[in-house]
Write a protein of this length. Structure first.
Length: 171
């Protein structure tokens, strides 16, 4: 009975596969959003001032960062929880594919969130004249929360790494 239960439980990891596939559909939505923004920028660049162009470019960078984050979560999450991705020989393979464990994925996600938050905050600051002070303050506080969270997660990972190395080197 125990073996049967464990087999079912282990097979349940495949329930995550459609979720990771769904993330690829989110990439399609981001692609559409990206090219709508590019089209708007190209059609209106002559009538836009410098800060409007910069804000639109920051939006494009933001979409690219979110897309990269989705790809990392999709591939690393699938490989860490469902099954190894076998792309075959002679196919371009991402250098980090198969090497990113849950801890490094967590660090990369945290760093990406900080980068995305930084772009959002920069966009807010560029439009600061039209934004109430309390919203500016909340934007800064949220960004600092993301930065502090990423920092402390990195510190925890470093402590765990040192602890693991100390245990591995103990005779």
């Amino acid at each position: 009975m125990e073996k049967f239960f464990e087999k079912i439980l282990y097979s349940a990891r495949w329930l995550l596969a459609p979720i990771y596939l769904g993330l690829s559909l989110v990439l399609v939505a981001l692609l559409i959003e990206f090219f709508q923004s590019v089209g708007y920028l190209l059609l209106n660049v002559t009538t836009m001032n410098e800060s409007e162009v910069t804000l639109k470019v920051l939006t494009l960078i933001d979409v690219a960062l979110v897309g990269g984050l989705i790809v990392m979560v999709m591939y690393a999450g699938y490989e860490n929880t469902v099954s190894k991705i076998d792309v075959g020989e002679g196919v371009d393979k991402l250098s980090w594919l198969g090497k990113m464990d849950a801890g490094s994925l967590k660090s990369k996600v945290a760093a990406s969130i900080v980068a995305i938050s930084s772009i959002h905050l920069l966009k807010v600051f560029m439009n600061a004249g039209n934004i109430p002070n309390d919203k500016l303050m909340w934007g800064v506080l949220m960004h600092l929360t993301f930065v502090a969270s990423a920092f402390f997660m990195g510190m925890l990972d470093l402590m765990m790494y040192k602890k693991k190395n100390a245990q591995d080197n103990t005779p």
